[in-house]
Design a protein around this ligand. Structure first.
Ligand SMILES: O=C(O)CCC(=O)C(=O)O
Length: 270
């Protein structure tokens, strides 16, 4: 099945001074940045309602064979629990508008020194009980995978200790990719990292940004509320230009290649 995702490329910002020099320097040194109150409660309310609508209206898509969604074990029962819709911007006009919002694009222009291009986007719902992400870097050794890849997290729900916030290991992005560049996804061992993790504690409407080389992880959601975050990833324009559709073609190929026969024949994208 053709898994091209019908979505026009993101608009790009032209010039800005959205960040202070100190903020740009902090990101360059630490590999992450938190920006408070970027979006209003009303804007986050609209995003919240629309991503919940997508989850409800496309419930038939929440299926282990659909490459658009991912599951994780419940931290107590081990039950495979829905976690991610990737991508969501073609299903949610509100999410799509966030990917093109000047408040994000202007910040990225300051970090890149040039316009950003949308690379991928995913809504991590992280329902209560879902286990966390194992320590890893987002970069992967696929030919041409952009080293300028970074992710912007728009907090829809509070990222608090109980809900399993993303935790970053600051400064280590400067070491580059720490695993074999063999095209596979690799986990890292905490004891190998000479830094203490920083939890990205966010209120709804806050943004966090981290580099594809910044090691990160998250704990289980042991609270009673979802921890919905919109993770939007970009690359610098000079680092491959618009790659959104190409990325999803490669990603689906890779998912297929990882899936053993005969389940591979059941995979689809919808
Ligand atoms: O859910 C999180 O906090 C982390 C997610 C993550 O690491 C990823 O999607 O690469």
């Amino acid at each position: 099945m053709n898994s091209d995702i019908a979505m026009p490329p993101a608009a790009t910002a032209l010039s800005t001074a959205a960040l202070s020099t100190a903020e740009v320097q902090f990101y360059q040194e630490q590999g992450y940045l938190i920006l408070r109150n970027v979006f209003s409660a009303a804007e986050i309310g609209d995003l919240s309602a629309d991503v919940d609508r997508v989850q409800a209206e496309h419930s038939e898509c929440i299926d282990i064979h659909n490459m658009r969604v991912r599951f994780r074990p419940h931290h107590e029962t081990g039950d495979n629990t829905f976690e991610v819709i990737d991508p969501i911007s073609d299903l949610s006009p509100v999410a799509r508008a966030f990917t093109r919002d000047r408040r994000i694009l202007d910040v990225l222009h300051d970090l890149y020194g040039e316009p950003a291009e949308l690379f991928k986007d995913k809504l991590i719902y992280k329902l209560p009980g879902v286990s966390g992400a194992t320590l890893h870097q987002d970069w992967i050794g696929w030919p041409g995978f952009p080293e300028s890849f970074l992710s912007v997290v728009v907090a829809i729900d509070p990222f608090i200790k109980e809900s399993g916030p993303t935790e970053v290991f600051p400064g280590l992005h400067r070491k580059g990719y720490l695993s074999p560049k063999d095209g596979q996804h690799h986990y890292l061992a905490t004891e190998d990292l000479p830094a203490e993790p920083v939890p990205l504690l966010l209120d709804p409407g806050d943004l966090a940004i981290f580099s594809c080389f910044t090691p990160h992880r998250s704990a289980s959601n042991t609270g009673t509320q979802t921890r919905r975050g919109y993770f939007i990833s970009y690359n610098a324009r000079s680092d491959g230009g618009q790659q959104y559709q190409q990325h999803y073609r490669e990603f689906h190929e890779w998912l297929r290649s990882k899936c053993p026969e005969p389940q591979r024949n059941h995979l689809y994208f919808r």
